[in-house]
Design a protein around this ligand. Structure first.
Ligand code: C5P
Length: 412
């Protein structure tokens, strides 16, 4: 997949920069053409000579050409972005991410980012101290870059240069090369989902009893996050509305965190009209306490009652108002013999497809990494899938959605 691809590798000033000559070698071995854009700080951690030698190309640094060199390219700062099929920034520092998010442009790396042609992927691999990465300003820049379609990868956990152990390590060169290959591969597949706006709900919701307690469920969000990731990889513009989960945001996905079903509903309703495909993978609590209490309910009586009221049906709401050009996709988590309930929900919520699954706690349903789905498609086939990882199951679900998109001749 990397053969003949033109890759710009942006190297910033972090200790992980010492691994980048190896990354260049891996990309070259896969027959990619590689040019390195090295920031001023990056040059303090890895030598220009090493990167030039392994890439076989001059390393690009300043935007200002040496005017006295014969044959110099005076417009190199714009032609690099035109040349590249992909930009990989590894390691990406807080400083360079801030520049990219703000649109600042003062070296060849930032110039390449700004002049990159549309639909050319940008993969950003941050590496820094964990607290730095989690700081409000870095997180804001990560969110901005993700909203602009960059694939921003959460750093890995492990030993850090500071001697501490924790979040902050750059992904290994092998993994970076694999992610690049995967991204370029998904783009070249020309998915019918490319350019469509997809909203995915994921995770549980929390329904407040009082200031310190809530009603919730065991949903981990893994299925919804896998769908969001796969949809973004197929070129869709994805908004992920997530309840409280412990998962990193998939690259290229805009994520909105919510807590309760009502909040999830309000957030979803705001984007209903501009959504092509709505995928309800969240385990939305059906009921919430009618009168949540401020502060903390005191222990007293040996029994207590909490009156519950029904939550809005978010997916049902989308299904009820959808136009013929929109698709509504849902999940039905049922007892093993509950496929009839799934059929009933397909009708009741006016869905185009429902994924029936069960919860046995070992290989399907909540929390686990695998799922066994039966895809019931309105007016058509039923696809029974075997036990798959949630990533693979997400891929199969999207294959079925692609067939619906093609049948409906949906366009971005
Ligand atoms: O009715 P039930 O909860 O079984 O329906 C499951 C499907 O409906 C899932 O796709 C879920 O995300 C969605 N749902 C919703 N809002 C609710 C309840 C369920 O969007 N209040």
């Amino acid at each position: 997949m990397l053969k003949g691809k033109r890759v710009v590798l942006g190297v910033c000033g972090g200790i992980a920069a010492y691994k980048t000559p190896h990354l260049v070698r891996l990309l070259k071995k896969a027959e990619a053409e590689v040019r390195v854009a090295l920031t001023e700080a990056g040059g303090r951690f890895v030598s220009e000579l090493s990167l030039a030698t392994v890439s076989g190309e001059p390393v690009l640094r300043s935007m200002f050409p040496a005017t006295n060199t014969p044959g110099v390219d005076f417009t190199g700062h714009i032609s690099l972005g035109e040349w590249a099929d992909a930009l990989v920034v590894a390691p990406a520092t807080a400083n360079t991410m801030a520049k990219l998010a703000a649109g600042l442009c003062d070296d060849m790396l930032t110039a390449c980012f700004i002049t990159l042609r549309p639909n050319r992927p940008v993969l950003i691999f941050p590496a820094m101290d964990g607290q730095m990465f989690l700081s409000a300003s870095v997180q804001r820049n990560v969110a901005t870059l993700a909203a602009h379609g960059c694939h921003v990868f959460t750093p890995e956990s492990g030993e850090l240069a500071s001697g501490l152990c924790g979040l902050g390590r750059m992904a290994e060169p092998e993994e970076i090369a694999t992610e690049l290959e995967r991204t370029l591969d998904s783009i070249s597949n020309d998915s019918p989902l490319s350019g469509l706006r997809i909203v995915v709900t994921a995770g549980p919701t929390r329904e407040r009893i009082d200031g310190v307690r809530f009603i919730s469920n065991y949903s981990s969000g893994k299925m919804g996050f896998a769908i969001a990731r796969a949809a973004a990889e197929r070129g869709a513009t994805v908004t992920l509305i997530s309840g409280p989960v412990h998962l990193g945001t998939p690259p290229g996905v805009e994520r909105i965190d919510v807590e309760s079903a009502s909040e999830m509903n309000e957030t979803a309703e705001r984007v209903f009209s501009e959504t092509n495909i709505f995928i309800g993978a969240a385990a939305v609590a059906d009921y919430r306490p009618a009168e949540p209490v401020d502060g903390k309910v005191k222990k007293g009586a040996s029994q207590m009652e909490i009156r519950l009221v029904q939550n809005p049906d978010i997916l049902g709401g989308f299904g009820a108002q959808k136009s013929p050009g929109q698709l509504a996709i849902g999940f039905a988590l049922e007892e093993a013999d509950g496929i009839e309930h799934a059929h009933a929900k397909l009708e009741a919520k006016n869905l185009d497809l429902i994924a029936f699954n069960t919860f046995n706690g070992t290989d399907s349903g909540f929390e686990v990494d695998t799922n066994i789905l039966t895809l019931i498609i309105r007016g058509g086939e039923t696809v029974t899938l075997t036990k798959l990882t949630k990533e693979k199951a997400a891929g199969e679900l999207l294959n079925a959605v692609e067939r619906l998109v093609v049948a409906k001749e949906m366009q971005p």
